[in-house]
Design a protein around this ligand. Structure first.
Ligand code: IPD
Ligand code: CA
Ligand code: CA
Length: 260
């Protein structure tokens, strides 16, 4: 069995190293980028260098473990242990020079997430969680926000990369919920949204059509911080997050907006 505390030390060291790769090129002129599924879906050489660093580090430390990573895809997917990686979450922010992006690393054992780290190198913010042992930021245990009235809540969301062509693009949900809440943020990095929900900085979150690498680390933090995740029925990896009461309220409003 792995000693998760030791593994966590390594993972945080890797996250800091990836953060150095990212900060070395942040706001540098001439950063080139390509597009993937749409003109809003970007990838840079920094996404690729960050991923290469993580894949090599994992391969060296845990040669029998598998990896699921955004740009590379699956590696050794039959392994009991799978690392789920978003080497750079918030690439659009990164390209624009907005300091809200992160490396997100989760380790799963037979599909259950054991450990998660979300690190924003621009703010030097490291959020971490180990299953059954809580979620932490700079040594302090995280707790989700206690707010239960939507009118007092600041929520975060995002829009899928096929927003211009797919009917389930979250715009109906956005217009339904915004008039009921205190405020909305579209931060541009789902892993940070989730870490902020775990920390009680945001009161809740919902988004459609995410990917496992966007949510695995952050979802563990939210659960370890006393929060809840509810899956939405439309599109894969679509979810609501927050304390159990607000999570349920957001879910119900989204079902109403969907006409259920
Ligand atoms: C994206 C960000 C964004 C979310 C998108 C994600 P990427 O990840 O997390 O906030 O709205 O759905 O794909 O592409 O920057 O790693
Ligand atoms: Ca992402
Ligand atoms: Ca990414």
């Amino acid at each position: 069995m792995l000693q998760l505390e030791k593994v966590m030390d390594k993972v945080k060291e890797w996250a800091r190293e990836v953060g150095r790769i990212q900060m070395d090129c942040f706001r540098e002129a001439g950063l080139s980028y390509g597009t993937k599924v749409s003109t809003s879906d970007l990838v840079t050489e920094v996404d690729e260098r960050s991923e290469k660093f993580l894949m090599e580090a994992i391969g060296e430390a845990f040669p029998h473990h598998g990896i699921l990573s955004e740009e590379y895809g699956d590696y050794h997917k039959e392994s009991e242990y799978i690392w789920v990686l978003d080497p750079l979450d918030g690439t659009t922010n990164y390209v624009q020079g907005i300091p809200i992006f992160a490396v997100s690393i989760a380790l799963q054992h037979r599909g259950e997430t054991l450990l998660g780290v979300v690190y924003n190198p621009a703010l030097e913010e490291m959020f971490e969680a180990v299953k059954g042992q809580g979620a932490y930021f700079r040594g302090k245990a995280l707790k989700v926000s206690p707010r239960e009235d939507l009118k007092e809540c600041v929520l975060a969301t995002g829009f899928p990369y096929d927003k211009d062509t797919h009917p389930q693009n979250n715009i109906n949900y956005f217009s339904h919920l915004v008039p009921m809440i205190r405020g909305i943020r579209r931060m541009g990095a789902a892993a940070i949204d989730l870490a902020y929900v775990a920390a009680g900085i945001l009161d809740g979150f919902w988004e459609l059509n995410l990917k496992a690498w966007d949510v695995e680390a952050g979802n563990l933090m939210i659960k370890e911080a006393g929060g809840k995740i509810i899956d939405l029925p439309e599109r894969e990896v679509s979810q609501v997050a927050g304390n159990p009461v607000i999570c349920q309220k957001i879910y119900q409003e989204l079902r109403k907006a969907a006409g259920d």
